[in-house]
Design a binder for this molecule. Structure first.
Ligand code: AMP
Length: 384
């Protein structure tokens, strides 16, 4: 465990910026990753937002940029960060500006959905750091606006979410245009097989760091499990939604298709609902989120990945239409309700095949989830 930023060996202007930001000690991911990154190692980081992962990669990158100059004959950024959404890209760029405030470096952000003129101009001015969403960057590369002769470090942030949003192809094409000799970092909250495969193909002898996800549900969430046959889950959902106390409900499914099906079925039965997941455009997601926040729709159906980073107050109920494969996701899901000291209810629909997932969840949270044994679709013969 690293006790202080001083002992990490970061350049003085960075230490001052970190102090200025009010950080006293490195977070676990920072303590684990920064020393290796300063040595130039590749890295696979398993960490979620909120762990301090942005500083874990931004500080060592800025350190290198501050100690060495740009090779005079090279064009383009020295560090490239790819991120799934415009919001995250802007947030990462702000962090670079914050931590780099005592250095004179330029940071540019590239994302779709707006005019490209200012972004092209920023690229032309040779910003040291570019934070980009993959689609627009590839577009600008195709038009001859982006050059990467000078690139030293590549970061893929929220890699699982980028894959989920269909960015794998643009990412591979961008990487093919980068110098082979470079430092590469990948961060991902989950480790599905596609992520391991991508990591194997682009990382060289990487250091692996992972930080423990939260394992304690928010206090104030009352948790229930309803045992039900898979085929009866939709009917059960309609039934429980008849309760007028269910004012603002988030329903979680395991797949994007599942999310669509549940939302459509609810809509047909007269419950206003919308789905958010990686196949939807940013604009469609935003529209759904706004209507949910404003109470125009009562039920938001989401996959785990789509729900990440979504911050909505006043969610009265979380319904796990399907139990997650990873027990940590359960904790994240039910943490959507009972925010800021409010109370909330989490209902989990568990079919016979999901009993193993339920046991894994109970092991993680170290308490059994109470059983609702008087609902109309009780799985007959169920014994606890
Ligand atoms: P991130 O996981 O990168 O999104 O960071 C989550 C939040 O933690 C951000 O608001 C950071 O400003 C903050 N943060 C990052 N590192 C530290 C630290 N060492 N001490 C306190 N706060 C931090």
């Amino acid at each position: 465990m690293i006790a202080s930023f001083d002992s990490l060996g970061l350049a003085d202007p960075l230490l001052r910026a970190v102090t200025g930001a009010g950080y006293e000690t490195p977070t676990p991911i920072q303590g684990q990753a920064i020393p290796h990154l300063l040595e130039g190692r590749d890295l696979m980081g398993c960490a979620q937002t909120g762990t301090g992962k942005t500083a874990a990669f931004a500080l060592p990158i800025l350190d290198r940029l501050s100690r060495t100059g740009r090779a005079t004959d090279r064009r383009g950024p020295r560090a490239l960060i790819l991120a799934p959404t415009r919001e995250l890209a802007l947030q990462i760029a702000d962090s670079f500006r914050d931590y780099g405030r005592h250095l004179s470096l330029r940071v540019a952000v590239v994302f779709g959905g707006v005019g490209q003129g200012p972004q092209v101009e920023a690229l032309r001015r040779n910003a040291e750091v570019i934070v980009a969403t993959p689609g627009r960057l590839l577009d600008l590369m195709g038009q001859g606006h982006a050059h990467f002769d000078a690139l030293e470090t590549l970061v893929l942030d929220e890699a699982d979410r980028m894959l989920d949003m269909g960015f794998i192809d643009p990412i591979r094409r961008i990487i093919a245009a980068l110098p082979r000799r470079r430092q590469t970092l990948m961060f991902s909250a989950t480790m599905p097989p596609e992520i391991s495969k991508l990591a194997q193909s682009i990382l060289v002898d990487p250091v692996h760091v992972s930080v423990a996800p939260v394992s304690r549900p928010a206090e104030g969430v009352t948790q229930w499990v309803l045992h039900v046959e898979r085929a009866n889950k939709r009917a059960l959902l309609s039934e429980v939604l008849r309760d007028p106390a269910m004012k603002r409900v988030m329903v979680f499914t395991r797949t994007k298709h599942g999310a669509n099906r549940v939302a459509e079925q609810l809509d047909r039965s007269g419950v206003r609902a919308a789905a958010i997941h990686g196949n939807k455009s940013q604009a469609a997601r935003q529209r759904a989120l706004n209507s949910f926040k404003q109470g125009q729709i009562r039920v938001l159906v989401a996959t785990d990945i789509a729900a990440r980073g979504v911050d909505i107050d006043g969610v009265t109920h979380v319904i796990n239409f399907e139990l997650p494969n990873e027990p940590e996701s359960y904790v994240h899901r039910i943490g959507r309700t009972a925010r800021a000291g409010a109370s909330g209810v989490a209902l989990s629909f568990c079919d016979p095949e999901e009993r193993g997932s339920l046991r894994a969840i109970e092991r993680l949270i170290r308490v059994p989830v109470k059983v609702v044994d008087n609902h109309p679709f009780m799985k007959s013969g169920f014994q606890r």
